[in-house]
Design a protein around this ligand. Structure first.
Ligand SMILES: Cc1cc2nc3c(=O)[nH]c(=O)nc-3n(C[C@H](O)[C@H](O)[C@H](O)COP(=O)(O)O)c2cc1C
Length: 178
């Protein structure tokens, strides 16, 4: 029964691609910076595949996270659903950072803005209205992460449920003290 929880987690993640209000749509992506310092930020879940278990995120090629992932492919992905008191804590590694011109071309102009600022993300500016865009010169990148392990934690009475699934353990669920 509990091995179904891995499939349940994958199903819920896939649901967040379709349902814009799903709590797993936004998650925290942590990467490793220079000298091992952690960097966390919120991103949108853009793709989930079950086998092999992968997760996709869209970003700007010039953003710090891309440079960090190229130097160190390890990442942590944290999802939380407050209505279910359910946390999915994922360890992953970058599989690929791909420029996808056709995906970028198909985006609406407001969406293209997120990947087309003339100046690189993080460049200091005078004010928020100083940003200019070049829609012909997008910096759109799809990050694909391979999931290495997933920890499923659900707070409930009488017993909380914490179970680890990992590639190393052949995705067999291992109960953990919560
Ligand atoms: C609600 C929300 C959703 C976001 N989604 C994304 C996203 O899907 N991709 C992305 O690169 N940045 C996204 N951001 C911006 C990041 O949190 C971050 O500020 C930006 O990517 C720069 O991060 P970096 O300098 O660490 O690379 C989002 C921010 C918020 C508040």
């Amino acid at each position: 029964m509990y091995t179904d929880l891995l499939n349940d987690a994958k199903k819920q993640l896939a649901g967040a691609i379709v349902h814009k209000k799903h709590p797993f749509r936004y998650f925290t992506l942590t990467t490793v910076g220079k000298e091992g310092s952690p960097h966390s930020r919120t991103v949108v879940l853009r793709g989930v595949e079950s086998d092999p278990f992968t997760i996709k995120v869209y970003t700007d090629t010039r953003s710090a996270k891309v440079q960090q992932l190229i130097q160190d492919p390890r990442a942590a992905l944290l999802f939380y659903d407050s209505s279910q008191l359910l946390q999915l804590s994922i360890k992953a590694q970058l599989l690929s950072a791909t420029d996808a011109e056709s995906t970028f071309a198909a985006l609406t102009e407001p969406m293209k803005k997120d990947y087309s600022s003339t100046l690189a993300p993080g460049t200091p500016i005078e004010g928020p209205d100083q940003v200019t865009y070049n829609f012909n010169q997008g910096y759109f990148t799809i990050l694909t992460f391979e999931v290495i392990s997933l920890e499923y934690l659900k707070l409930k009475r009488p017993n909380h449920l914490r179970i680890r699934f990992s590639a190393e353990e052949n995705w067999k669920g291992v109960f953990l003290t919560p």
